[in-house]
Design a protein around this ligand. Structure first.
Ligand code: BG6
Ligand code: GLC
Ligand code: GLC
Length: 924
């Protein structure tokens, strides 16, 4: 068979050697033999140099954009772990490229039980020469036909057929089922395949044939199949070595060293593709004239120079070239050759292996040579055996040096002094050649003495390993499907969002009219944004967000100057008695006054109180109900200003004039309004969520007056508490609600704000774990703990600048032991949850701006929204998603979002300042 090139070298029937031709024969033929065989001798120093040079090339190739172009490719395979031994199921394996012109189809059953193996059924097909060198489509159609023929003759019960594709050529993989052929090697050269995804080409061919419904789940290099098929032993099997028609190895590299992998954690199997190793400095001295001749006549001259000294496709050819040379010089076969001997590819690996095998005996060598049309003498037979030995010994030594380089790399990446590892071996050179394995092992011992290596022959020529990878890939694909199903209810379309907006607008209108509505639409008695003439020193309190703050706000001609201090409110206080809470607040004020040297001064005070209050004036607010994490007793139904004044009275030491109580949305709007007169909306997306806006006074039932405006605290967190958001609420929202301190309340807030998003994520993760999709199905204790998954993690995890490995680190700090696949899923969960939150928030803002536009009868509205809250400010995508949703749902409103920099305390002080200015005016 002619597999080295399209045209064989057929010379004249019988070529004469030098003696017959009357040419001078070498004076000493044994000298010529010596010289010839000597070329194949490789010294220890040369092997060491090859090892060092390959190691350097490997390390260079692991780095991104290495320059100059490294001599090996180091291709990630997306196989991240060696088998657990628990993989199970039935799989079809299609092997193309490892065994030259032979294509193999296998049916592999994985039992999931160690040591219990079902022998696979398999069938081999010969790929015709014209298919190996023809158009790519023809090759893949041929493969699809072989699959169908196999399945026709080996009927299988399973309906869904999952296939692992062993494709043994250098490929750029970007996933377990995405792989672009870089270049053909060995005897293949089909047109139109290089640069294409071979999985897709196979899928297309299977579909064209239409006979079977087969899902191509994974694509694997033969080295990976070899490694993955290794029976679990004492040592980890982390290297796969193939010497078949070609040669190559793969090993488990630390993923952080593989630059193209975005610094991931864990390990990834990397295919070295050492067949293409071509460092002139190291290889030059060992290349013989025969290697050059072989390369010159091959399909891919100049490429795969290392492989051409080792691979089974080339060993017979090297032997042939040497025999021809010796015959031509009259040293062999009495100077005679034969047409067969002169034909490229006439000596195969199996011939070489047999001729070298001492047990085969002289008679066998004789028979093989006779088949080649030669009539060997006894001395010829001995010499031919020497040639075979020389060629194969060199191959095994070179392969040993390359393996030593891989082992050194493995040891270095593990940062261990010594390495204990198993190497899975596969390929016909190992199977057929009597001494290859032992020479290779001796070489490795010599070159990598620090590595304690055991060699394990692969099972089913790698078929089992391919099935293992396929099982993993199939599991991942099934998990992805379950993940998608779980997250589907979080993915809202435009229609759903527009419905939320419309419902919100209706609820606003009802609430304003004083009708039953989940939106309370509370008047705030703030009628105007500041006009800039306010002056004075004010105290402000800011209670209800992440931090409790006491502030001194100086409003002067040059602007506003703020001094503030954060105090903690322990949970036991937030959820203790009302008296305790307000006493604590006053203690903090006293402490602040002391520190600021304000003791004894009675400054006007504005109180940002971020809970729903029914106000009957600027300085009176009845707490309707606690929200977020607060639940102090005896406060609901009470005037909060009164409760504060009572606590001041109890404390006696202070004198304070509480002038105004404002919601944080209002404080934020006022604070931003000081800078931008268009700011007529306040939005909070922090621990809780809410909005306020300037409404026409005539629309506000229960407040006297028909002209002018009043700021309305919507308390939109409660939107949907009448059940109107039911169709959007998922089972996870229901769980979060049930486990909260206010079940059935603040349903909109619980889908959006920081206090709850982490909890939603936690519930989804619990569900995915119970489906076996995450954490290998093992329930993780810490995930049972409420509030363990803080919303700030969402913001961190979703940051674009974060590599997956950092995501893993964050989650591992939480005590979640995850794989990279787990980390990717957690990331997708976070994205789905925060995206829905931002879109719902956007639908709410769209309702508000549309209402303002309609109120004013405007075609177009230009308006600004003052925004505060840690989720809005810290999350990497939240704000842009809100803005995008508003643009989509309220296209006639030009909305600008202003982030409040000074907190709503400044706004509360400004409200107080306005009130003081107006009071002064009245007195005057
Ligand atoms: C702060 C405001 O900046 O943001 C508070 O000053 C407000 O009044 C808070 O409640 C909201 O955000 P978070 O994330 O702290 O709840
Ligand atoms: C060639 C291929 C490589 C394969 C090896 C052994 O070198 O390029 O992918 O692993 O042969 O079959
Ligand atoms: C909660 C409160 C509301 C506040 C919001 C943001 O929804 O009920 O008053 O504005 O949280 O802090």
């Amino acid at each position: 068979m002619d597999f080295l090139g399209p045209v064989g070298l057929l010379h004249e029937e019988k070529t004469l050697g030098c003696s017959q031709k009357g040419l001078p024969c070498p004076s000493n033929s044994s000298e010529l033999v010596q010289k010839c065989l000597q070329q194949f001798k490789v010294t220890g120093a040369q092997l060491q140099q090859i090892q060092a040079s390959l190691l350097a090339s490997m390390e260079q190739a692991l780095k991104e954009r290495a320059s100059p172009v490294p001599a090996v490719q180091m291709l990630p395979t997306y196989v991240r772990s060696t088998p657990h031994g628990t993989e199970q199921g039935d799989f079809i394996v299609l092997e193309l490229g490892a065994k030259g012109a032979s294509l193999r189809v296998l049916w592999v059953t994985l039992t999931g039980t160690e040591g219990h193996r079902v022998v696979p059924r398999s069938q081999e097909f010969v790929i015709p020469q014209e298919v190996m060198l023809g158009p790519g489509q023809q090759l893949f159609d041929f493969a699809a036909h072989c699959l169908a023929e196999f399945l026709d003759t080996h009927p299988v019960s399973s309906q869904s057929l999952q296939l692992g594709f062993s494709f043994s050529f250098p490929c750029h993989q970007t996933g377990l089922d995405r792989s672009t052929l870089i270049s053909w090697t060995k005897g293949f050269r089909c047109s139109g395949v290089e640069g294409q995804d071979v999985v897709q080409l196979l899928r297309d061919a299977i579909q064209r044939l239409g006979a079977y419904n087969i899902d191509v789940v994974a694509v694997v290099n033969d080295t990976v199949g070899t490694m993955m098929g290794c029976e679990p032993g004492v040592r980890p099997c982390e290297v796969g070595l193939v010497v078949d028609t070609g040669t190559n190895a793969c090993y488990m590299e630390e993923a952080q060293h593989v630059a193209v992998l975005d610094n991931d954690r864990g390990r990834m199997c990397v295919s070295v593709e050492w067949g293409s190793f071509s460092d002139n400095g190291a290889l030059g001295p060992v290349l013989t004239t025969f290697d050059h001749a072989l390369d010159h006549e091959s399909l891919n001259p100049g490429d795969q120079r290392f492989e051409k000294m080792i691979g089974g496709l080339y060993l017979g050819e090297l032997v042939r070239l040497v025999l021809v040379h010796l015959a031509h010089h009259g040293v062999l076969f009495g100077g005679y050759t034969s047409p067969a001997l002169l034909s490229q590819g006439s000596i195969l690996l199996e011939h070489v292996a047999e001729m070298e095998d001492p047990s085969a005996g002289v008679a066998r060598v004789h028979a093989i040579l006779q088949d080649l049309g030669l009539s060997p003498e006894a001395s010829d037979i001995e010499l031919v055996q020497h040639v075979c030995e020389a060629v194969c010994t060199r191959a095994a030594q070179l392969c040993g040096a390359a393996l030593a380089a891989v082992l050194s790399r493995l040891q270095r990446s593990r940062e261990h002094q010594t390495l204990q590892v198993a190497v899975a071996t596969g390929g016909q050179v190992f199977e057929q050649h009597p001494r290859f394995s032992s020479i290779l092992q001796d070489t490795v011992m010599l070159l990598a003495p620090q590595c304690d290596v055991s060699f394990v022959p692969s099972v089913d020529g790698g078929g089992q390993g391919v099935a293992m990878v396929t099982a993993v890939a199939a599991r991942l694909a099934a998990h992805q499907l379950l993940l998608e199903e779980t997250l589907a209810p979080f993915r809202l379309n435009r229609k759903q969002l527009a419905a939320v907006q419309a419902q919100m607008q209706e609820a606003m209108a009802r609430g304003l009219r004083g009708e039953a509505s989940s939106l309370r639409m509370l008047p705030t008695y703030v009628r105007a944004t500041p006009n800039g003439s306010e002056r004075g020193d004010f105290l402000a309190l800011d209670l209800g967000g992440t931090n409790f703050r006491v502030l001194l706000v100086r409003v002067a001609t040059g602007g506003v100057q703020i001094t503030s201090q954060v105090y903690s409110i322990p949970e036991c206080v937030a959820q203790g008695s009302g008296q305790q809470l307000f006493d604590h607040i006053v203690d903090c004020i006293v402490d602040f006054q002391d520190k600021q040297g304000l003791s004894g001064q009675s400054l006007p005070l504005g109180f940002t109180f971020s809970f729903p209050c029914r106000q009957i004036g600027l300085d009176q607010g009845i707490l309707l109900n606690w929200t977020k994490g607060f639940n102090a007793s005896d406060c609901e139904g009470q005037d909060v200003v009164y409760l504060l004044r009572e606590a001041i009275r109890r404390r006696q030491a202070v004198e304070l004039k509480v002038v105004a109580i404002v919601n944080d949305t209002v404080g934020t709007m006022m604070s931003c309004g000081y800078e931008d007169p268009h700011c007529e909306i306040g939005l909070i997306v922090g621990t809780g969520t809410n909005a306020c806006y300037m409404e026409e006074l005539r629309n506000v039932a229960g407040v006297a007056g028909d002209s002018g405006h009043m700021c309305i605290n919507m308390e939109w967190g409660a939107f949907g508490d009448d059940g109107s958001l039911g169709m959007l609420s998922t089972r996870f929202d229901a769980s979060v609600d049930q486990m909260s301190i206010n079940p059935g309340k603040q349903r909109f807030e619980k889908m959006i704000s920081g206090m709850y998003l982490g909890e939603i994520v936690r519930h989804i993760l619990l569900h995915l774990t119970s489906l076996g999709v995450l954490f290998r199905g093992q329930q993780i204790q810490c995930l049972q703990t409420r509030d363990i998954f803080k919303t700030k993690f969402l913001s961190e995890i979703e940051s674009d600048s974060l590599a997956l490995r950092q995501v893993r680190a964050i989650l591992e700090d939480l005590g979640l032991p995850l794989t990279s696949d787990d980390a990717q899923m957690v990331l997708e969960v976070c994205q789905a949850v925060s995206q829905r939150a931002a879109q719902l928030c956007g639908a709410g803002v769209a309702a508000v701006v549309e209402r303002i536009r309609e109120n004013r009868g405007l075609e177009e509205l230009t308006v600004s929204v003052g925004v505060d809250g840690t989720l809005y400010k810290l999350h990497p995508h939240f704000s842009s998603l809100v803005a995008a949703t508003v643009r989509e749902l309220a296209p006639r409103c030009a909305v600008t979002f202003l982030q409040s920099e000074d907190g709503s305390g400044k706004g509360a002080a400004l409200v107080t300042a306005v009130a003081c200015r107006l009071a002064q005016k009245i007195r005057v």
